[in-house]
Design a protein around this ligand. Structure first.
Ligand SMILES: [Zn+2]
Length: 333
């Protein structure tokens, strides 16, 4: 647990974590094809391109910023750099182009390791039965570095410019000292970057949680940016609800309509940077788009009632690195 003392230079920052985006495939369906919503509807297998475009309109309208994952090899079905089973080449190209031209200006891009499923054998490209997060937690830098480098390289080959990485599940968390060295090495080798960021930790309802410099050695620096506001969007996947009242009620968890309460404001009052955590499937809401409407309402209320400023993970990283006198006060316990 890492905490920073007092309020600092970043206390008007808000950011948004989006985990699990992938072209065309609906990740929730890949994981749970047999589930049904509370209204008995089946899980839909694909996320139409129109949803990504609607997301872009929302972030452009409110200047929402944060980080956006791209799973390079969704469930081992292929790769964004080449082809993915079940995804038309034109659909893949269109998705990547929209991410590059409309998402990347506001959201720092990253791989969410390789498959977000089984660990991949790098020599053969074959996905094993063991979850890559489980695999990762008994590795050291010698195995983690090429694994992370592969994930970064696939995004680069797909025309994207990753500046950090996201940990699927608890990838690397139990070997974090080795993990951070491996991330820094992979970012330097594949992307030519001396500075980077990663998302691995999550603390909700905790006071004084700020990003911190997790690694600073050999001219390489890595900033850990934790999530701090829980994913209330998630329940839209299976609820089947999408009424105005439902959307407004869910937005209240983040910030109420009168701008007096909610977890975003609670975080700010406690000296914590509000970093909202959500998932692509939680905004898609099995096709109702209710989660995206909640995000839009939250952003509208944040703009109306607060002085908070959305920042990308690159922007947060830069601010942490240029305000070391504040962030070096972090206490690790
Ligand atoms: Zn994930």
């Amino acid at each position: 647990m890492v905490k920073a003392k007092g309020v600092g230079a970043m206390n008007n920052t808000i950011s948004l974590i989006i985990d699990d985006p992938m072209p065309h495939h609906h990740f929730y369906y890949l994981q749970y094809p047999d589930r049904v919503t509370a209204k008995g509807e089946p899980i839909v297998p694909a996320v139409p391109h129109a949803f990504l475009e609607a997301f872009c309109e929302c972030i452009e309208r409110y200047d929402i910023r944060g980080k956006f994952s791209v799973v390079p090899c969704p469930k081992g079905l292929g790769s964004v750099a080449d082809s993915i089973d079940g995804v038309e080449p034109a659909v893949l190209a269109q998705w990547l182009n929209t991410v590059k031209t409309r998402v990347a200006p506001r959201f720092s891009l990253c791989p969410e390791m390789l498959t977000h499923a089984g660990a991949m054998e790098l020599t053969t490209g074959v996905m094993t039965d063991e979850n890559e997060a489980v695999w990762s937690n008994r590795q050291d830098r010698t195995a983690l570095t090429p694994y992370i480098a592969k994930a970064l390289a696939l995004l680069r080959e797909a025309g994207l410019f990753p500046t950090g990485v996201t940990s699927p599940w608890n990838f690397g968390e139990q070997v974090e000292d080795e993990y951070t060295v491996a991330i820094a090495e992979a970012l330097a080798t594949v992307c030519g970057r001396r500075d980077g960021w990663y998302f691995c930790r999550y603390f909700s309802h905790e006071p004084n949680v700020q990003p911190w410099v997790a690694l600073d050695e050999n001219g390489r620096r890595l900033v850990s940016i934790p999530g701090t506001v829980e994913d209330y969007f998630w329940q839209t996947i299976l609820s089947g609800e999408c009424s105005e009242a439902y959307v407004a009620d869910l937005a209240d968890h983040f910030i109420t309509a009168d701008g007096t309460a909610g977890d975003i404001l609670e975080a700010v009052r406690q000296g914590t940077m509000p970093v909202l955590l959500t998932h692509w499937q939680a905004l898609f809401s099995n096709g109702t788009w209710a989660g995206l409407r909640v995000l839009e309402e939250v952003a509208r209320r944040v703009r109306k009632h607060t002085a908070l400023h959305w920042r990308s993970f690159d922007e947060i990283m830069q601010r942490v690195l240029t305000n070391r006198e504040f962030y070096d006060k972090v206490i690790t316990n």
